[in-house]
Design a protein around this ligand. Sequence first.
Ligand SMILES: C[S@@+](CC[C@H](N)C(=O)[O-])C[C@H]1O[C@@H](n2cnc3c(N)ncnc32)[C@H](O)[C@@H]1O
Length: 203
Amino acid sequence: MHTSTLPSSAASERNKDPILNALRPLLPDQGKALEIASGTGQHAAHFAAALPGWQWQPSDMDDTLFGAIADHARQQAADNVQPAIALDVRSNPWPLPAKTRFDLIYCANMLHIASWICCPGLMQGAARHLADNGLLVTYGPYLEQDVPTAPSNLAFDADLRQRNPSWGIRQLADVEKEARLAGLHLRQRISLPANNLLLVFGR
Ligand SMILES: C[S@@+](CC[C@H](N)C(=O)[O-])C[C@H]1O[C@@H](n2cnc3c(N)ncnc32)[C@H](O)[C@@H]1O
C-alpha cells in the first residue's frame, strides 16, 4: 500500500527520528517493547525496523487503528511488529497475562490527549509489566515549574482544553509523583525538538 493512502500523522513523521536517536543509547540490542497508544503505528513501524533485535507490541484503546498499524509495519518490512492489542491504560489490570514483562514500555503523546486518570493508569500498569531493569519512556509536551513554557505549548494547551476540558498538557511534577506512587522513578529528562521531552522512568 502507498504511504499516502494510510492514516498518517505529520507530527509522527517529524518526531520519529529525534525520538529514535534518543531511545537508541538507552536500549540493549534485544528486548521486548510494549507501545501504549500507538495511534497510526508510524512509531512502531519505524522503531521496530531500526531495532531488529526487538519485538514490538503495539496497542491502543481504539481498535479501528489496528489496520493502519499493521499496514505501516508491512510498508517498513518490520516483521518484528506484532498485531496490535486493545489496551486502555485505565483498565486494571491491563489485558495481559499477569507474568508478562517488557524491557521497554513506550507511550508517546497520550497523557495530554486523555483524562488525568490515564496517568496513574499508565504508571501502575507499567510498574506491573516492566522487567526488573525495564524502562518506561514517555514522549510529549510537559509543563515544568522552573522552565518557562514555550508560547506554542501554551497555545496547544489552550486548544486541547477547549476541545476537551479533561485534556491538557501535564505538569511534569504531577506525572513524576504518580510514577513514584507506582514505584517508578524519573531517571532522565531529554529535551527534543518542538519543546517536547522524552522522560525515562525505571524502578
Ligand atoms: C495523539 S495520538 C498519539 C499516537 C502516537 N503515539 C503518536 O505519538 O503519534 C493519541 C492516542 O492515544 C490513544 N489513547 C487515548 N486514551 C487512551 C487510553 N486511555 N488508553 C490507551 N490509549 C489511549 C488514542 O486512541 C490515540 O491513538
